[in-house]
Design a protein around this ligand. Sequence first.
Ligand code: DON
Length: 306
Amino acid sequence: MDLSAIVDDTWAELADERGCGNPASYIPALAQVDPNKFGIAVATRDGQVACAGDADEAFSIQSISKVFALALALEREGAALWDAVGREPSGNAFNSIVQLEREKGIPRNPFINSGALVTTDRLIGDRSPDEAVNDLLARLRRMGRNEEINFDPEVARSESETGSRNRSLAWFLADFGRLLNPVEDVLSVYFRQCALAMSCRQLAESALFLAFDGTDPVTGQAMCSASRARRINALMLLCGHYDNSGQFAFEVGFPGKSGVGGGILASVPGRAAIAVWSPGLNRAGTSLLGAKALASIARRTGWSVF
Ligand code: DON
């Protein structure tokens, strides 16, 4: 299979649709990004990365960071994390608060914002917020093979300034006694992890561990056990796109995680890690063109997990 040709053809097939969907505007810094950006990167076990378009331009990974935070929180907490956060689709928007009261402060899964706040709290553990951020950065720099990977302080500030909803979720969790750290400490790490800036190439390389039993097959670095990688993939498939997860599984058939910066990270177990980027979103916060690109790659490669 000529993956480079598949990636090039997918990009060319969809290039005319660049600019479709609505870029996130509730985080003002994200609204300034050129809506015509479109990148694709497919990383495989042999170390090749097939790229097209804006695959080497860093963008705000937003909720894609929740996958990495989950892997690291599980490393610290083990299965005890599941006492604090569930493993079921929520059927609600990513920033919804309604279920949280009915379900006594136990978020449905680690990818909705409330669940991600609990996960980030456990990622911090007994460390300072800065130590936790530095740990996350160090791991991503190693997995993404790039020492320059960092968060964008402008985006983090923009998120904090407009972060009333996330503050409400965090205070709600605190009221139920579900956070170990002070609310503002949890938020300060959460806003910075969401503001991580990475390119499609870096994201795809960083996520190879998900597709290959927890270990990067190129560098041999282990991120987690094989069973943990399998379970993270399961959660991505069921919850990675919030109330759009069913549609994504139906159209694409890869475990995936969206971010409101317009990125989608997908893992194809045993085959590849894929990252796409196009800022225009559907109503659930998934990149419209990014999802189409992944559907096209799934069709052309026959890689759907189903
Ligand atoms: O907390 C937020 O609302 C954003 N920083 C992240 C949301 C997000 O990326 C949702 N995913 N599609």
